[in-house]
Design a protein. Sequence first.
Length: 236
Amino acid sequence: MEPSQEYMYAHVSIDCAIFGFDGNELNILLIEKEGTAAQKLPGSLIYQMEDTDSAAGRVLCELTGIRKMSLRQFRCFSSPDRAMDPDDVAWLEKTYGRPVGRLITIAYLSLCRINRTLSAAARRKAAHWCPVSDLPAMPFDHNRIAEEALCEIRQWTESEPAMLFELLPVKFTMAELRALYEAIYLRRFDIRNFCKKIARIPYIVRLDEKQTDVAHRAAHYYKFDRIAYNQLRQSM
């Protein structure tokens, strides 16, 4: 049998792309690559008796201490050269205590409010939020995973816009909502046109409440109305 036709022997891992919004730009959660100064996405090889969804939940809990967060599988990364860098291979084999050849990862994506407190375990792993505009060079193909995750968020914006409100406070201003769209699409939106478009969306509801203790003109708060959203979806 030719080498190109040999059946592969592979390890399967989980990597999680967890995004938060700080009011100005999207951030992604990174951890230190143990024993090095490099940074990476949170991830792990899966256990023998563990499915991928359970592994993703375990990785998230071990990193953040958060047990209830929606994680969605969005892509498999299986290029044969994912673990070709000798430093990456050496780190894997030292960390997991076994030879690692072909490495396939199932990537999960989650959106959360950035003010969620990271656990002490997370701090020991030097977990931190990093702006997506300032990502370092990461091991394996983690930069590509982060890029593909951002593309997935853009698709959610079109097909499942309710997901975006996981990134915003319960009450938010029009400026915060516009900043979120600009962070996702990496471009500016005309303020007037954006406000007109949002005003036509029935599930984004303007409240009577306004900002307080601000130096500029106080803006109205808005909220996401899930009942109105579901009704609209059912009628489509």
